[in-house]
Design a protein around this ligand. Structure first.
Ligand code: GN1
Ligand code: MG
Length: 379
């Protein structure tokens, strides 16, 4: 889009960053639920087109956007340091922040709604909102496993929690109960069945937090938002190129990352599919995902972590379902919606998926055990 108010706005925002060349066109990218994202294309003096990602940090979700940017700066620089030391040739297309007018990697533009930043566009890649084949599942698992390894040696004190208790499932459940109690927009009556079901699930919500508090699970720097559309795959080969969306990189459990992968890379229906008969966890996808992840991560994960991988898939799916339901009860303040009951649809979808995962847990656990034996045999 080269003309019109959106193109003008994108050009105006792009003009704040260290971008040269002539603005060609801009478009909105709509696959996240939180931040506003544009892609802008410029023609350089040499006649080459270069594309950039402009993104506004949602300050309802991220209460301290400067803290988010400080984290992201450290993470992107650490990754660049590590990949460059390993091999100049494997540096690929790491995420890079472009400086803004004023000398920071972000700029506050009140007239454009808040804090903006600019990244390189990762060329020759695409993302999937739902998994289509086992190769994609393998690649996603492998990319996030490799990402965990890349950031594993950052100084945990350097990274502050951009959203405290992000994956504290019992607290997420308490928040849901508070929203149901307040019933701010009069929707609780529609959600009785879901609330009753969650009550029966609730004793399981604290399993990982309790293990972490007891020192049985290590706190690591993790990604925390490992949905499949946060990994860029090569357009031609579907090989993973780059992990994106670093806003929630912070101390957490490796299991939450794997759990969110199970949620988004083992079901071929989208997060808002209303036909719940399509919302099922498919074992071949789980197997490829686990293989991809463990190929990258088996050497650093502990026995306790490995034992809880399948369970984490269930837990995170139930947790995100609760977050959608909470937002529905609160009147849709957090997640972007496209229809009035979008969050309720998403919540019901996630609970259906959690049920499907639950009924497959023994098979999933058995597969992980078999896989781990094969690594040990090759040692
Ligand atoms: C949000 O913006 P997006 O789509 O990458 C959310 C995740 C949820 C996800 C559900 C900061 O991520 O936690 O899992 O939606 N991000 C934040 O699709 O809350
Ligand atoms: Mg995100």
């Amino acid at each position: 889009m080269t003309e019109g108010p959106l193109a003008e706005r994108i050009a105006r925002i792009g003009d704040q960053f260290a971008i040269s060349g002539e603005f060609q066109y801009g478009e909105e990218l709509c696959n996240g639920h939180i931040n506003t994202t544009y892609r802008a294309c410029y023609l350089t003096e040499d006649g080459v087109q270069e594309r950039y990602i402009l993104q506004r940090i949602n300050d309802y979700v991220f209460k301290d956007p400067v803290m988010v940017m400080k984290n992201v700066e450290k993470v992107t620089r650490h990754i660049r340091w590590k990949t460059m030391r390993r091999s100049r040739n494997t540096a690929g297309q790491p995420l890079t922040l472009y400086p803004a007018r004023g000398g920071r990697n972000y700029i506050d533009l009140p007239e454009e709604g808040g804090m903006w930043r600019c990244y390189n566009n990762i060329e020759g890649t695409h993302t999937y909102d739902v998994v289509e084949n086992t190769r994609q599942a393998y690649q996603a698992g492998n990319a996030f496993g490799a990402f965990q390894e890349l950031i594993s040696d950052m100084n945990p004190e350097d990274i502050r929690p951009s959203i405290p208790d992000f994956h504290h499932t019992p607290k997420r459940y308490e928040a849901l109960l508070r929203s149901a109690e307040a019933d701010a927009v009069g929707r609780v009556a529609e959600c009785e069945a879901e609330l009753a079901m969650l009550k029966t699930w609730s004793p399981m919500f604290s399993r990982l937090i309790n293990m972490q508090e007891a020192g049985e699970l290590p706190t690591r720097i993790t990604h925390n938002d490992t949905k499949i559309n946060n990994v860029m795959l090569d357009e031609e080969t579907d090989e993973a190129v780059c992990v994106i969306d670093l806003d929630t990189v912070m101390p957490g459990l490796a299991l939450y990352d794997f759990g969110d992968m199970v949620r988004t890379a083992t079901c071929t229906a989208s997060e808002d599919e209303e036909d719940l008969s399509r919302v099922v966890m498919q074992m071949p996808f789980f197997e490829s995902l686990a293989e991809g992840y463990l190929d990258a991560a088996h050497s650093f994960l502990t026995k306790n972590e490995i034992e809880q991988l399948a369970f984490a898939g269930w837990l995170i799916t139930a947790e995100i379902g609760m977050r959608f339901l909470t937002d529905y009860l609160d009147g849709d303040k957090y997640f972007r919606i496209e229809k009035p009951n979008h969050n309720l649809i998403r919540a019901r979808n996630q609970f259906a998926l959690a049920r499907s995962i639950q009924s497959n847990l023994p098979r999933m656990e058995k597969f992980i055990r078999r896989l781990m034996k094969s690594y040990n045999r090759h040692k």
